[in-house]
Design a binder for this molecule. Structure first.
Ligand SMILES: [Zn+2]
Length: 390
């Protein structure tokens, strides 16, 4: 997860600026967390003096990040307090999802709803054409912006380096593509780039705030995103969560990485579809219901079971290592969430200490097809404002 800023780095800020910024963020976070709050409540929640809160609120109002939304009933006959909330259209954000076909982008306000969507005309663009398509989508979203744009967030499959360069993304046929730098250069805006599974975990944290969670994304490949104590864990080499190529069956099918029996060969969407259909056919729909109509419900259920079992076995190890109790499954196979969650849960439960059973919750991701877009937005909010807005 990385950030490209088109502007020169500021000289080192003074500690006075730092504390002012800290107080701004604390205030913004308090307003975001409460939905609607008064200046007095902000002072109580942050420990700042009323005078400081007044000055900070004035700055945030002036910036357009928050707005006044009426008054609360007065407490003890005094002047009713004015309520403050995040301004849903105080800033716009451009979110890009490179993990789906066709690649897509959206213009999103601070409040979360998508104001405008665009997708590439060709479903399967790869290589330089995919980068051109992404640039074009961002330009089209920026044309529709009605507020200052906070930044551009990109969720991409594959491995990244800390500068926002995609080192390797087989599905896009990208090898060393500096997507972050390219977007920053072209549009002069801050750009945040994150792995699709990582940003999906951020999106899930935004919709269901928790201390920790582990999200597994099942798509063309398999990735995961781990949030520990509220912070996305990216790892020493920035590739934390790349579980798709952990070998789960040494005698299994040859994987595109060269090894045999990687998790991806058993539990990715193409692997599930192939097992259900009994044939490799890239034109088959990524939809469990459509597959069941064609190949029988029992066959599809069995293919999903095999995938869920393999994922659940791996998650048992992860859950024991990390003591993460919230596991979220994001599947790109339509109409499969319930069956996959069920299979993962059964396998996980069978693989952990009996005393842990009942403490680990496995759920389906909430934002479904917009998960990566929502994650790209969450990443920009985190990088540019330093807050997780709900
Ligand atoms: Zn592999």
């Amino acid at each position: 997860m990385t950030r490209q800023s088109p502007t020169a780095r500021h000289p080192k800020k003074t500690s006075r600026d730092d504390s002012r910024r800290w107080n701004l963020l604390a205030t913004l976070q308090t307003v975001a967390a409460s939905g609607a709050t008064s200046r007095a409540d902000i002072a109580r929640a942050t420990g700042l003096t009323k005078a400081s809160v007044s000055s900070i609120v004035a700055e945030l109002l002036d910036e357009g990040l928050i707005h006044e939304i009426g008054t609360a009933p007065s407490d003890g006959g005094g002047k009713p307090p004015t309520l403050l909330a995040i301004h849903p259209r105080g800033r716009d954000i451009v979110a890009v999802d490179l993990s789906r076909r066709p690649i897509r982008a959206a213009l999103v306000g601070l409040g979360g709803p998508i104001h405008h969507r665009v997708s590439a005309p060709e479903p399967g663009v790869t290589g330089p054409a995919a980068l051109d398509a992404a640039l074009e989508l961002v330009a089209r979203c920026l044309d529709r912006a009605e507020a200052p744009v906070l930044g551009i967030g990109v969720g991409t499959p594959g491995m990244l380096d800390p500068d926002g360069t995609v080192i390797e993304a087989t599905n896009l046929d990208w090898h060393g593509v500096a997507v972050g730098a390219e977007l920053a250069r072209r549009f002069g805006l801050p750009v945040s780039v994150g792995n699709d599974a990582h940003v999906s975990a951020l999106a899930e944290m935004r919709s269901h705030p928790r201390d920790s969670l582990l999200l597994v994304k099942i798509g063309q490949g398999i990735g995961s995103g781990l949030v520990l104590n509220g912070v996305l864990h990216t790892g020493d080499r920035f590739v934390a969560g790349e579980i798709g190529h952990v070998v789960v069956d040494r005698d299994g099918a040859i994987c595109r990485c060269g090894n045999r029996g990687c998790l991806e060969t058993v539990a990715s969407v193409p692997a599930i579809v192939e097992r259900a259909a009994g044939v490799k056919d890239p034109d088959l729909p990524w939809d469990a219901m459509a597959l069941a109509a064609r190949f029988g419900e029992a066959t599809v259920r069995e293919a999903i079971d095999v995938a869920g079992r393999a994922i659940g076995e791996m998650l048992a190890t992860a859950a024991a290592l990390l003591d993460v109790t919230h596991i979220v499954i994001a599947s790109d196979l339509a109409n499969s969430s319930e069956a996959i969650v069920d299979a993962v849960e059964r396998s996980l439960t069978a693989g952990i200490h009996p005393s842990s059973v009942g403490h680990i919750e496995v759920t389906a991701a909430s934002a479904r097809s917009d998960l990566v877009l929502a994650g790209a937005v969450a990443m920009v909010l985190r990088d540019e404002l330093g807050v997780v807005l709900r």
